[in-house]
Ligand binder design. Structure first.
Ligand code: PTJ
Length: 251
């Protein structure tokens, strides 16, 4: 369907279309649509805008990526459907590797996602030939030695709580993008970006470009001043105050 730009929910509807197309192309699963719906509900509560708390987390995430020795971006079906071009651009700018890692893994879907990322210029997409396993029973444990397994900083957008915990138990710095500040992943990660992935990836990219001229100790300073738990608490308060305000105004 052609969505008119004048529609008040244009971006949200366009994003839905992108994901639906991703399902048709075999990149994302039908369950990915349900996960997206949950994300949308939280985005609605946030006002569909990047909050100042998300912006802080995006800046900290960029600092971690710039300081990392082996940064990796983990890509699943929803991410590949919603922002493949931006992921490839971010990986290039942050000198990060891209690895496809799926919850509902099938070799066919891993290949389709890797091909999609290559279409947007990704050179070395990992994940098609896993040669290592992180401590998880399901297929999400499959990983590569070159990428996720030996990464020191890992960006895992739209993640499930088990893997975030398994990665933290391997002493990795886990950065997540998750619109639900209450999810287990959000509560487990070192840096939780409570923002829509379609806004968060371009924001991180902007910060990477801006911060890459900083010295190591300056980037470390940005990281040291950050408290993820506090930032999450502020985000939850933001939602609650916004709801209180909305309940007092009439439309
Ligand atoms: O492609 P696969 O097989 O790896 O499967 C991917 C999904 C996303 C289906 C799978 O990882 C899954 O079921 O995830 P969960 O456990 O539902 O967690 C996804 C989280 O991402 C939820 O907390 C959602 O609120 C959040 N979310 C959904 N859409 C977005 C989002 N966060 C940011 N931006 C979004 N667009």
């Amino acid at each position: 369907m052609k969505i008119p730009k004048s529609h008040p929910r244009y971006v949200s509807l366009l994003t839905r279309e992108k994901l639906a197309k991703g399902v048709k192309k075999g990149l994302a699963t039908e369950i990915g649509l349900i996960a997206h719906g949950r994300g949308e509900a939280f985005d609605y509560l946030l006002g569909e805008k990047t909050t100042k708390f998300a912006r802080i987390a995006e800046k900290v995430a960029s600092s971690y990526l710039l300081l990392a020795k082996n940064p990796v971006i983990s890509v699943n079906g929803n991410v590949a459907s919603l922002c493949p071009k931006e992921i490839v651009e971010l990986a290039k700018e942050a000198k990060a590797k891209i690895e496809v890692n799926l919850f509902y893994r099938s070799e066919e879907r891993v290949k389709k996602i890797a091909d999609e990322l290559r279409k947007f210029g990704a050179e070395n997409v990992l994940g098609e030939k896993p040669d290592a396993k992180i401590n998880l029973e399901h297929k999400r444990g499959l990983s590569t030695k070159e990428g996720i397994f030996t990464s020191d900083v890992i960006l895992v957008p739209l993640e499930d709580g088990d893997r975030a915990l398994a990665l933290r138990n391997m002493n990795k710095v886990v950065i997540t993008i998750d619109l639900n500040p209450l999810s287990r992943t959000s509560q487990t990660a070192n840096v939780t970006i409570v923002d829509n992935i379609i806004r968060a990836i371009p924001n991180i990219l902007k910060y990477i470009k801006k911060l890459k001229s900083l010295k190591k100790n300056e980037l470390e300073g940005i990281i040291k001043s950050f408290d993820n738990k506090k930032n999450l608490t502020e985000t939850i308060k933001f939602i609650s105050e916004r709801l209180e305000f909305l309940s007092s105004v009439s439309y």
